[in-house]
Design a protein around this ligand. Structure first.
Ligand SMILES: Cc1cc2nc3c(=O)[nH]c(=O)nc-3n(C[C@H](O)[C@H](O)[C@H](O)COP(=O)(O)OP(=O)(O)OC[C@H]3O[C@@H](n4cnc5c(N)ncnc54)[C@H](O)[C@@H]3O)c2cc1C
Length: 481
């Protein structure tokens, strides 16, 4: 019997695992995919929102502002790429200026620090490539950009060093209430738990309905993006939003922590919750809408399009708390934007709620709370030479676009969350994230994975289960031995 089972290893599940790992508990995370951070957490705008958008008094407002503060701390402690670049919400007419003033007032009520309303001239002085027709902007210096999947992975790796267990490729298919807690049914056997936390993202309604009366429904709403090469990475230096509408925060243009430029998303309901395909119409809309903010982006430098699905519910807020008809079962559901920003703060509060529901919270004597990571391309020539002298594998460049070494790939493979696919390695050390998108380094990463783990190359997928790269030998002739 485990103390706590967390269903889902997105940013929410990983944040909770990290917080719970500070206590003397047995915690088990169950994830249906073959890696952590494979759902919405890997496909979003990657903005650490300042917190002026959610309505005062909502859970979204509270957790957004607190999460913004926590992510800055976590990024430092856990070596996660993060930059506090600040954001603008642009106004194009008088109605937009009214929205900007509303957002300013909301932000002040929510406790967002240092907000300012800037004139057009002040905004253009900071961002000369913006549309000169703007009327003004809301400036939020506390907004940032982060690598969402690296934040989730870093928290789960750290949690695992403190004893949390992770079971990947383990889908929860059913659950029963028992005398002591819950019995969870999975494809790989049953698991008994005292407390269960539902962090299943797009499937959080289905998981909720396994033990509690239906009270919300999740609709998947897709957002599509352009990711542009690094030569576009300084077209703008802040996160550039337009005024938000009912469906979301509008199309943004923003630098990424890896030095690229991201443009998107649109917003469209999709019937398949895992349908993250991109469409010509969606991408055309994104390009057109973004050109209103900035027409200096060269879309011929696009290196990837991708899409992520928002987990929208009919409740205009996050759904967080214990189910009234299933004591010991907690939902963290309907976690749409600003869910990435809010997740670390939600986790702190859910631990408090679990404590209130009887989970004994005795702090561990020793807690790992730091993560060191070698990033070769960020080292000085002297540091590089010293590293290579110690281990020559740091002297072999595998990903030429991003300057990622064999040593870094091997480090990534042997982290607690144990990546087993080419893209899982990419999410940990950037190999394959550059202009050629893994065309050069992909086969070499496959070889290193196969060698380090003593696996047949056919067992190593590109990403999720079933995305086989190698299916057999070529040029094999039965008659030649
Ligand atoms: C287009 C878009 C843009 C966004 N931009 C931002 C932004 O800039 N800033 C921001 O703060 N937020 C943003 N968000 C929101 C943010 O990305 C999400 O709130 C956050 O990623 C949700 O995390 P999660 O852990 O709840 O879900 P997920 O990351 O989807 O994780 C849920 C996990 O549960 C697993 N799972 C599901 N069912 C089961 C089961 N039965 N058994 C086991 N495992 C299961 C899934 O495989 C998945 O890994 C954006 C979202 C979208 C879609």
């Amino acid at each position: 019997m485990v103390d706590v089972v967390i269903i889902g290893a997105g940013i929410v599940g990983c944040s909770l695992a990290y917080e719970l790992s500070k206590y003397q508990l047995s915690t088990l995370v169950l994830e249906k995919e073959n890696d952590v951070a494979c759902g919405t957490t890997k496909a979003n705008s990657a903005i650490v929102h300042a917190g002026y958008d959610p309505h005062p008094g909502t859970k979204m407002a509270k957790y957004n502002v607190e999460g913004n503060r926590l992510i800055e701390e976590l990024a430092k402690k856990l070596s996660v790429p993060y930059k506090k670049v600040g954001s603008f919400v642009l106004a194009f007419d008088d109605a937009d200026m009214d929205t900007v003033r509303d957002l300013y007032d909301r932000g002040v009520k929510n406790g967002v620090p240092d907000l300012q309303i800037l004139s057009a001239a002040e905004t253009l002085a900071l961002e000369p490539n913006l549309n000169p027709q703007i009327k003004g902007a809301l400036y939020a210096p506390s907004a940032g950009i982060v690598s969402p999947w690296e934040l989730a992975i870093a928290m789960m790796d750290t949690a695992m060093k403190n004893g949390v267990q992770l079971r990947k490729s383990c889908e929860v298919t059913g659950m029963e209430k028992t005398e002591e807690g819950f019995l969870l049914h999975t494809g790989t056997g049953d698991i008994a738990a005292r407390y269960v936390v539902n962090a299943a993202g797009l499937y959080s309604d289905e998981v909720h309905n396994m033990v509690s009366a239906p009270s919300f429904t999740i609709t998947a709403n897709r957002g599509q993006y352009y990711l542009l090469d690094k030569n576009q990475g300084d077209v703008v230096h802040h996160v550039i939003f337009q005024c938000p509408s009912k469906v979301g925060k509008g199309v943004l243009v923003s630098p990424t922590v890896h030095g690229n430029l991201i443009v998107g998303p649109d917003a469209n309901d999709v019937s398949g919750r895992d349908d993250v395909s991109t469409t010509r119409e969606g991408l055309d809309f994104v390009m057109q809408a973004a050109s209103r903010s900035c027409d200096k982006v060269n879309y011929r430098q696009s290196i990837r399009n991708f899409a992520g699905n928002r987990a929208l519910s009919e409740i205009d807020d996050f759904i967080i708390g214990e189910a009234p008809d299933a004591k010991g079962f907690f939902d963290i559901a309907g976690i749409k934007s600003p869910g990435l920003t809010s997740a670390p703060a939600i986790a702190v509060d859910v631990v408090r709620m679990l404590g209130g529901a009887g989970l004994p919270l005795t702090p561990r004597d020793q807690v790992v709370d730091r993560r060191e990571k070698i990033t070769f391309r960020e080292l000085s020539p002297k540091e590089r030479a010293a590293l290579i002298a110690k281990d020559p594998r740091y002297g072999t460049i595998i990903c030429r676009c991003e300057t990622v070494t064999e040593g870094e790939i091997i480090d990534a493979i042997h982290t607690p969350t144990a990546p087993r696919s080419v893209d899982a390695v990419k999410r940990r050390c950037n190999a394959g994230m550059g202009r050629c998108q893994g065309g050069f380094c992909g086969p070499r990463v496959l070889e290193i994975l196969s060698r380090e783990l003593q696996l047949d190359p056919r067992e190593i997928p590109q990403d999720k289960a079933g995305s086989a790269i190698v299916i057999g030998e070529t040029k094999v002739r039965e008659d030649i031995h």
